[in-house]
Design a protein. Structure first.
Length: 153
């Protein structure tokens, strides 16, 4: 859970998402630093772990870190479904999107690992999310992009 405040006045660490389909991850806080990676997935959640002027040091779901210009980041909360379950060459595991915040609830849809969910709210155990045209509940522990027991309004 966030424990300190960065120079921007926002908590560190915190989750944000990428604004566009092309975002450079740089080795340092500035355009003079080489590009280490190019993200091509708008809405991808990343964790801001440090701030320097207009730059944010981020970590992605795979643990890769680097710097992104803050104008390329959005406060919109998204989360990856079970990214740690993805194995190259194997079928993608699925998790049920539930009608209510109970394991006894009926599934609305099956969501594949690696899918980006729009986080609407979380109560510390369950998150109400939107995936494409579906809305329902996923256990918070199955998402990367929200902290354990975090309340999201």
């Amino acid at each position: 859970m966030p424990s300190k405040t960065g120079p921007s006045g926002l908590p560190l660490p915190r989750y944000v998402s990428l604004k566009s389909d092309r975002v450079n991850l740089r080795q340092g806080p500035g355009t003079d630093y080489p590009t280490a990676w190019v993200y091509s997935r708008a809405g991808l959640p990343v964790e801001v772990i440090e701030e320097f002027e207009a730059w944010r040091k981020v970590r992605d779901a795979e643990g890769t870190t680097g710097w992104i210009l803050s104008s390329l980041l959005s406060g919109r909360r998204t989360a990856l479904v079970l990214p740690w379950e993805l194995k190259p060459g194997e079928p993608r595991p699925q998790v049920p999107l539930l009608a209510s915040n109970s394991e006894r609830s009926g599934p609305i849809a099956m969501i594949e690992a690696g899918v980006i969910a729009d986080v609407q709210s979380c109560d510390g155990a369950w998150c109400y999310v939107a995936v494409d045209s579906y809305k329902g509940y996923l256990e918070q522990t199955k998402l990367w992009g929200v902290y354990a027991r975090e309340n999201v309004k």
